[in-house]
Every structure is written in C-alpha cells, then in structure tokens.
Ligand binder design. Structure first.
Ligand code: ASP
Length: 346
C-alpha cells in the first residue's frame, strides 16, 4: 500500500472537498487493508491484467515500476474527477497512461501476433447513456482507447476494425504511429518462446482497464489490450466487445475484464455482472464473484475483473492466482496491488 506522504496532505484535503467529503479526510475514511470485505469510497480503479505474480518473482525495480505505473494512471484520472470532469474522461486518461507504459500489454508494450505484428483492441463505455465506442485490430494508432472514444463521439458507429479504424484515426487527428513504436524486447522474447515446438499455450496478461464514478454518480469503463501472444492474425478478444470485456451502466456498475477473451465473449461477462445486479439486486461483490469465480470457470477459462458501483464500492474478483490492480479513494488515497497475495480472489 502506498503511504500518504505529508506533502500530499494539502492536495488530498483540497481534493476531498472537491468530492464533497466533509470534515477531516482522515483515517476514518481510509480503505480497509486489501483482504476481506468490499472496498468502499473508491472513485477510480485500474487493472493491469489477470495472471500470476508470486512475491519474489520480479525484481524490486520492476515491482516499483508496476506500482508507479498504476499510481500515475490513478492520479491522472483522479485529477480530472476532482476538477468535476465526468468519469468517461477519467477512464480514458487512466488507460492512456497505461497504454503509454511499456510494462503493460496495451499500446506500447503490446504483445505480438503469429506474424510478429501488433493488433490492438480497445473499448470505452459511458454509464450515463450506454453510449460506447470500440476498435479492434488496429495497427497504427498510438492510443487505441482515444480512438475508441472518437468512434463513439464522432461516428455513427460503435465498433470499427482494422485499416478502416486506423484511417478514421488519421482523419480525426489521433496520433499515428509505426508498428515499431509498440516493440519491447520482453514481448518479443515471449513470442519466440511461444513459437517453440513444445511451448505451452500462452496466456495473456497485461491487459489494462479502468472504471470510475464521478461526482454525479455516473460511471464509465474502459479496456485496452494487445490481446494474446501468438494470436492468429485477425483474432479479436473480449476487450473491444461491449458487454464482454467492458460495460458501464450508472444504474448498476462499471466493469473492465481481463482473461481468456474467447470465454469472456461467450459468457458476455461484463454485461452479466450488470444484469445480475439489475435483475436480482445483488451487490457488486456478489455479482462480480458469481461471474468470475463460477460462470467463467464453468465455461473453461480464468480471468478477473474490476467492477465499481455508483456508490463507490469496488470488487476485484479473479480466478487466476492474481490480478494487478489499484484504486484511489474519494479522499485521494492510493492502493496498488501487484502480487498474488495482495488481492483477495473473491
Ligand atoms: N482478454 C484479453 C484478450 O483476450 C487478454 C487478457 O486480458 O489477458 O484479448
């Protein structure tokens, strides 16, 4: 858990006022330590993919880099929320930070497909009115999440794919990039490993997402990924599929998923969490856990989600050993969770 540095206190207090928190922004509204029970008072959460990161499996430098990346994304989105901007702005901004961070499998640092190319998927959804935008298989867009938002706001469509989506980006001034921009040695090595004759099928990992709630209690969700290492050219996962990898409805919940995309599509995972809440009145934690720990495993896959309800209650269930994630509360406290033992599975 990141500690609250004294020099941040003034900013924290100012931000607490911006969110309408009365009285002192002190210990009473502190989040519970990661462990049992729902996490309350959250305004923005991000994830950096489901997978497994046992303590000791990475260097302290890499651990720091993960935590710094998550924290930067959280603080970037939080500033917007504290300024009174909508949750849609916060999730887009948070995901952009993670797309620009080479550690994560989205934007720079995305994995390679079978032909050693990068094909990127992203989607965004506004819980106010269920408007949404998504892109699949883009090759030359620096920040796919911003293109997804542009599809939502500047086209009559919801989902655009491939070359047409990249051209739409160019026409709308979304920064273009060549494929080598996305390159990282680590992802290249993973591709080479995956191509060994005796290689185990590669899991994903490193997909990013964000969920947020703003002052008006409107929620939004966003997800971005390079997909799975060594995926077939043209393969599209759940991340750009509204209802599968991303969903937001201000009457229920905002959800961003990570895991085996094919199964999250078949299970319509993100929407299912919202539907369970809408039709049964279940709280977010129970609904998210039912889908992630029962329904998706029953279809043969593992993964995780971040799910945030309009009251600021966060659930982060996962059936993988871990889920890289972090959240920031109304009063500006940041918690980052990198290792398996930091995030309860339920
Ligand atoms: N869900 C992503 C996909 O299938 C991968 C992941 O989350 O690891 O493309």
């Amino acid at each position: 858990m990141s500690t609250l540095r004294p020099r941040l206190l003034i900013a924290v207090l100012a931000a607490a006022t911006a969110f309408g928190v009365s009285g002192s922004a002190g210990a009473e509204s502190a989040p519970p330590p990661s462990g049992d029970g729902p996490i309350r008072g959250v305004v923005l959460a991000v994830h950096g993919g489901a997978g497994s990161l046992p303590r000791g499996s990475i260097t302290p430098e890499r651990e720091r880099a993960y935590r710094d990346g998550l924290e930067k994304a959280l603080r970037t989105g939080y500033r917007l929320l504290a300024d009174g901007r909508p949750s849609l702005d916060a999730v887009e901004a948070a995901v952009r930070v993670l797309e620009d961070d080479p550690l994560f499998n989205a934007g720079k640092g995305a994995v390679f497909n079978t032909d050693a190319e990068h094909e990127l998927d992203a989607s965004i959804m506004d819980g106010r009115d269920l408007r949404s935008g998504a892109v699949a298989g883009v090759h030359n867009t620096k920040n796919p999440i911003s293109l997804a938002r542009m599809v939502m706001e500047r086209s009559p469509h919801v989902l655009m794919a491939g070359a047409g989506a990249d051209t739409f980006a160019l026409r709308n001034g979304v920064p273009y990039t060549t494929q080598d921009y996305y390159f990282t040695q680590r992802r290249w090595d993973s591709l080479m490993e995956a191509k060994q004759p005796d290689a185990e099928p590669k899991e994903g990992g490193g997909t990013v997402g964000a969920v947020a709630v703003d002052r008006s209690r409107e929620v939004a969700a966003a997800t971005s990924t390079g997909g799975l290492t060594n995926k077939l050219v043209g393969r599209v996962g759940d991340s750009p599929i509204i209802g599968a990898g991303t969903y937001a409805n201000s009457r229920t919940v905002a959800v961003s998923c990570t895991g085996t995309g094919e199964v999250f599509i078949r299970g319509v995972a993100a929407y299912d969490i919202s539907a369970i809440m809408e039709y049964t009145g279940a709280p977010v934690r129970r609904a998210a856990s039912k889908v992630v720990n029962e329904k998706i495993p029953a279809l043969g896959a593992t993964g995780g989600v971040i799910a945030l309800d309009p009251r600021g209650t966060l659930a982060t269930p996962h059936s993988t050993p871990g889920l890289i994630n972090g959240y920031i509360t109304r009063d500006g406290r940041v918690v980052t969770r990198v290792y398996n033992d930091e995030t309860p599975a339920g």
